[in-house]
Design a protein around this ligand. Structure first.
Ligand code: OMP
Length: 237
């Protein structure tokens, strides 16, 4: 599989989502991320609709609760046939392990188990916020790396972090461990609420396995053009 670019479908109306997706070339494999905004409105129906149309889905609900609750929730989520899904790494090893068990238990026979990604430090968190508000004494890169190891030991298939942290830790993980990176901004695009960002090309150079891009595509005057430009920057030198 070519390295995915997940379009973050952060819309408040399903019609706006379809208006964007209809502009994209259906002969290309298209990866999308369904997050809380769409899922809280439309539930599993939106996942099934996208899946029926052939989109590869990252269902991003960032589970974070006691292990039993996470396991039971992940079991339900696995029935939707998504490609990957998320938990917060800060929930701890037992919780991540429980999520994995739930995904395995809920996946229909013969179908692939959704990949489990652990969100390390959100890309909106800066070095200062980590120190002053999360009261973490480690430098951000070290905290992300520690959470990544913890997630891998607990059975996660990969992590979410910013592309800025990937190069410094990739060599410590197996080749198939995934580094999925939001915090992607084309050159000269505003950061919005993201604190740790790179361009798509820099994410590739740093070793990201996949990128997640929302507003630079969804809010563009010409989203199909923005998608193609970002895809090109991500995949080529
Ligand atoms: O789990 C995520 O996808 C995620 C983790 C993270 O640390 N930062 C982050 O921005 N995201 C998501 O990635 C997308 C980024 O959107 P834009 O900032 O609009 O490109 C949003 O859907 C976020 O929810």
């Amino acid at each position: 599989m070519t390295k995915p670019l997940f379009i973050a479908l952060d819309f408040d109306k399903k019609a706006d989502m379809w208006a964007l997706l209809k502009q994209l070339d259906p002969s290309q494999e298209i990866h999308v991320k369904v997050g809380m905004e769409m899922f809280y409105q439309y539930g599993s129906e939106i996942v099934r609709e996208l899946s029926d149309k052939g989109f590869k889905i990252f269902l991003d609900l960032k589970l974070h609760d006691i292990p039993n609750t996470v396991k039971r929730s992940a079991k339900q989520l696995a029935k939707l046939g998504v490609y990957c899904t998320t938990v917060h790494a800060l929930g701890g090893k037992e919780m991540i392990k429980a999520a994995k068990e739930g995904l395995i238990a809920g996946t229909p026979a013969g179908k692939p188990v959704p990949k489990l990604l652990a969100v390390t430090e959100l890309t909106s968190i800066s070095e200062e916020v980590l120190k002053d508000e999360q009261h973490c004494s480690l430098p951000l890169k070290d905290e992300v790396k520690a959470l990544a190891h913890q997630a891998q030991e607990a059975g996660a298939d990969g992590i979410i972090c910013s592309p800025l942290e990937v190069a410094g830790m990739k060599a410590e993980f197996p080749d198939d461990f995934m580094f999925v990176t939001p915090g992607i901004r084309p050159k000269n695009y505003q950061k919005d609420d993201q604190a740790r960002v790179t361009t798509p090309a820099q994410a590739r150079k740093n070793g990201s396995s996949a990128i997640v891009v929302g507003r630079p595509i969804t809010q563009a005057a010409d989203p199909a053009k923005a998608y193609q430009e970002i895809l090109q920057d991500w995949r080529e030198n």
